[in-house]
Design a protein. Sequence first.
Length: 367
Amino acid sequence: MTRCDQWVPALHAGDAIGDSARLLRDALRARGFQADVYALHVDEGLEGDGRRFDEWVPGGPDDLVLLHYAIVSPLTAALKEQSCKRALIHHNITPPEFFEEYDREMARILRLGREELATLAPHVDLALGDSEFNRRELEAAGFARTGVLPILLDFDRYDEPPNPVLLRQLRDGRVNALFVGRVAPNKRPDALIRMAAYWKRFVSPNLRLVLVGKLPRRETGRGEPLRGHYFDTLQRFFYELGFSSDEIVFTGHVDHRELLAAYRAADVFVCASEHEGFGVPLVEAMRMDVPVVAVRGTAVSDTLGDAGVQLDDAEPARMAEAAHLVATDEALRAAVLAGQRRRLRAFAPDAVLATLDGHLRTLGVAP
């Protein structure tokens, strides 16, 4: 039986890359392959769902190893040493300049990760980006054979019941503008706060901006506190603009049912991110029937296609007026949602798995 093993640096609960890898594993098994997901670190509670990398043993020349590349790690050197068929999925690494001011150690790690990617070019048979933006980066880095394989999502999970407590708290009559993603400089939460300030002053005070996502770390890997912490800077900023913590809500990391509550309560999804490798929350918003207003560029445009309302920049007045109209104008909202439903078909599990099958055929990999 042919093996198709996936390598990920870390297997975290609720992480898009790890979740996608496990879904791909299940699909590969259903196609008759022997398939597992191996990680240098496996979260507690996922030990039976993923395997530690030190358990991996080389297979035969017709087997496949697929590396999910998202950070510098020992997996890069290990992949170069293999004699089986080799492929990678590039999930992108944030350009380090976004972090220079707030976390220089992280900026260094990101820089190393972007440099290390190019060293794999002579060693893989196929390099896939999870977006066209990422595929173009692979091509520029010297990879000869490239393609696109979107992140695989379990659409059925978005029909599960939301957390009722959070849903009730958010459905209090205010307009909820939602963003989902790490609190990081490249995601531009500061631009969303500026948008909210214009909205509150010139459009309507009946607004809440909800930002769902992991907060930045407060210590380096050596346990040293970070100076000029990014989240503290954002908090000072919105307080200076006259907002309360009930109007600008940073939830931190949430579980899946809380995430569903945030989407169910949202009137509009807003995204001002300057760098996205794929943008899973954009697909989630479309799946949850939340109209999207986003600044185009990087992979945002690839993921949305011609769907949503896409702006050239995050100028506060323009973004606030667009988001308010999409949230409150029923005819416009219906038109935007119709376009998003059409675009969503490209990310349906069957469509993504059909693309996977095509890539396996080009590699000559069969059960």
